[in-house]
Design a protein around this ligand. Structure first.
Ligand SMILES: [Cu+2]
Length: 640
């Protein structure tokens, strides 16, 4: 379909690289929709795309080797990256499913989205980390959900808001659902306006908050699937805002810009504004909710290395300093690990808006909430910048995927249609042997647990367990984690069993699917048991019941007398409180004598035979409910 050039692809790549010096920090402010559009709106040649991935790997390799030399070779200290594996899609949007597999999607092709006229599908795959299998699950609803927002419903299916409409990168009004049991997509109701770069946040009551992506008025998906507008909470925020339910049930906004806020989603919605988090506009920084009401923010802006902790447990959010990262980063990802610590991966350290092929950060870093210190870890093989993601897997490893698919990416030769998996140091022995450590095992755990209750975890390693926690399944894109959070659980140790308690406050971990991890005294985590938190809440609302229409026969009058042959004018009033009247029919006894689909409802009945007739009107509403009027009796007499 696409134009192929006679020039050798390699030559084209060189030519295109010469257009813009790699490493150039471009000036557009991509934190605004207009700036982002301008950033992406560059010409490129389709023929170079096939070689982008190769070129990216090649230019990454040299820099990656240098970064590797800077850290200990012992994986017990630095962790270990697996090999680079080609993927069928660029991992721009990733979500962990309740079955432990990963749903990932990108756009409509390897090149910049604005280079493709056809925006009626999305490339998507389900990746099984246990086998490495990829199952194609392309979006078949007629839409491209590139640059959408998404998070899990309480039942574990994925709710997706917005996407990409056209080559001008406008947003779409569509909402989608992905069913992880059947691997199928379906459409939900349309939003009030198109969204591109929105955030989706699961709420405590099972509703889903949709914020930004263009329109400033947030919308909420009710638990019955319909949408409601937060009409009194319109506020202009950066794209992909960082939104997470705080311990008081309101949604805490922690960035990327500097003003801290909370949104109450009840009714029409209302915002409360607090002070400044810090002086850094953390555009394409990242954040992680690593404990109850505690958020780590790190990097962003002009590749800052600065990190802060925000505590929302009190009346006013409290910001405290923590150690800076070893590397300044932008376009990186923060990922919660199985022990509640935080991993930083990827990004660039030169402040490049989207991508700097010479400025990539290859070393991972782990932040320990207990000490506030970062530890520099092993270097990955491929630079992961704009449109890259990092997602914790149920086995405690981290999937690092994607990068590319933008005008600037094509211009500088960046495409990472591949992934690599990081095994953190906590999975290795710390004796320098480089061997994997024995892991504590969860032998038994319930499929469902609830807030304010205790539950049993069967484990042969009970005596050595130091930490028990729940980690919500992640949904990540554009450096933003939309829902993962870590909830440490208090527990007591029995013989072959742990008894863990979930806090009573449901805002500490909103209902849905979580990974249960136990961690031993050496810091080694188990493989997670995926379970459902608050399976019974919120109670599913009854399907909206349809009220039947009302109807009365207004003509002829009861007892009226006519002379044969008669032309009787029949008329009725009909109404429907929760919909509309779709048809009014007129009857004589059981015989239909006329109908009318539009008000005023009327019909003429021509009667030849003399007699006494019982007349009724019958109304049907848009949902099929039927009401029959009280009857009217009339007489038709023979002409004398
Ligand atoms: Cu994007």
């Amino acid at each position: 379909m696409r134009d192929s050039s006679r020039l050798a692809p390699a030559l084209l790549l060189l030519l295109s690289l010469a257009l813009v010096a790699p490493g150039t920090a471009l000036a557009h402010d991509v934190s605004t929709a207009a700036g982002h559009r301008a950033e992406d709106n560059v010409l490129h040649d389709a023929a170079i795309e096939a070689n982008l991935d190769k070129a990216t790997r090649h230019s990454s390799a040299v820099l990656s080797r240098a970064a590797t030399a800077a850290v200990a070779a012992d994986p017990g200290q630095a962790g270990q990256w697996g090999s680079v594996v080609n993927w069928p899609v660029v991992g721009i949007h990733v979500a962990l499913l309740p079955n432990g597999k990963v749903l990932a999607w990108d756009s409509v092709g390897d090149g910049a989205t604005e280079s493709f006229p056809d925006q009626t599908f999305t490339r998507a795959t389900v990746y099984d980390p246990a086998t490495g299998t990829q199952t194609p699950v392309n979006v078949d609803t007629g839409y491209n959900i590139f640059c959408s927002g998404f998070a899990h419903l309480t039942d574990g299916s994925l709710f997706i808001a917005g996407g990409n409409k056209d080559q001008q990168l406008n947003g779409i009004v569509k909402t989608h659902l992905f069913n992880p049991v059947t691997n199928t997509w379906s459409l939900g109701p349309d939003m009030a306006a198109g969204r591109w770069y929105p955030s989706v946040t699961p709420l405590t009551n099972g509703e889903m908050l949709i914020t930004e992506g263009g329109p400033d008025m947030p919308e909420v998906r009710r638990t019955d699937g319909s949408l409601r507008a937060l009409s009194s909470a319109s506020l202009n925020l950066p794209l992909y805002p960082w939104m997470d339910v705080a311990p008081d049930g309101r949604v805490f906004y922690s960035g990327p810009d500097t003003t801290l806020r909370k949104l109450d989603t009840a009714g029409g919605g209302s915002w409360q504004t607090y002070g400044q988090r810090d002086a850094i506009n953390r555009s394409y920084g990242s954040h992680a909710v690593f404990n109850v009401g505690k958020t780590l923010v790190a990097g962003g802006g002009s590749s800052s290395n600065d990190a802060r902790v925000i505590d929302t447990n009190g009346t006013t959010p409290q910001v405290s300093a923590t150690s800076p990262m070893a590397f300044g980063r932008r376009q990186h990802n923060l990922t919660l690990l199985a022990d509640g610590s935080v991993l930083a991966t990827g990004g660039n350290s030169t402040g490049a808006s989207l991508i700097d092929m010479n400025g990539g950060v290859y070393n991972a870093e782990r932040w320990d909430p207990a000490t506030g210190q970062w530890t520099t870890l092993a270097a990955q093989a491929v630079t992961r910048q704009y449109h890259s993601t990092a997602l914790l897997l149920p086995d405690g490893r981290v999937l690092s995927a994607g990068g590319g698919i933008c005008g600037t990416c094509d211009q500088v030769g960046y495409l990472a249609k591949n992934a690599e998996i990081f095994t953190p140091p906590y999975l290795f022995k710390h004796d320098g042997s480089g061997q994997l450590a024995p892991r504590p095992q969860i032998a038994a755990a319930p499929d469902t647990v609830s807030h304010g209750t205790s539950f049993q975890i069967g484990t042969p390693d009970a005596a050595s367990i130091a930490r028990v926690g729940l980690l919500r399944l992640g949904s990540q894109t554009h450096s933003v984690e939309m829902e993962a959070r870590y909830l440490p659980l208090s527990f007591t140790v029995g013989s072959g069993t742990l008894t863990a308690t979930v806090p009573a406050n449901m805002n500490t971990a909103v209902p849905g699917y979580y990974m249960l991890f136990i961690v031993d005294a050496n810091g080694v985590p188990s493989v997670a048991k995926i379970l459902m938190l608050d399976a019974s809440t919120p109670p599913p609302p009854p399907p909206p019941s349809n009220q039947p229409p009302t109807v009365s026969l207004t003509s002829p009058a009861s007892g009226a007398s006519f002379t044969s042959p008669a032309k009787i004018a029949m008329a009725a009033n009909a109404a429907d409180a929760d919909g509309r009247v779709s048809l009014v029919e007129f009857f004589s006894g059981a015989t239909k004598v006329g109908d009318d689909a539009t008000a005023p409802y009327s019909s003429q009945w021509n009667v030849g035979a003399a007699g006494t007739y019982t007349l009724t009107a019958r109304a049907t509403d848009n949902a099929g409910a039927v009401t029959t009027s009280t009857s009217v009796t009339v007489t038709v007499k023979k002409k004398r």
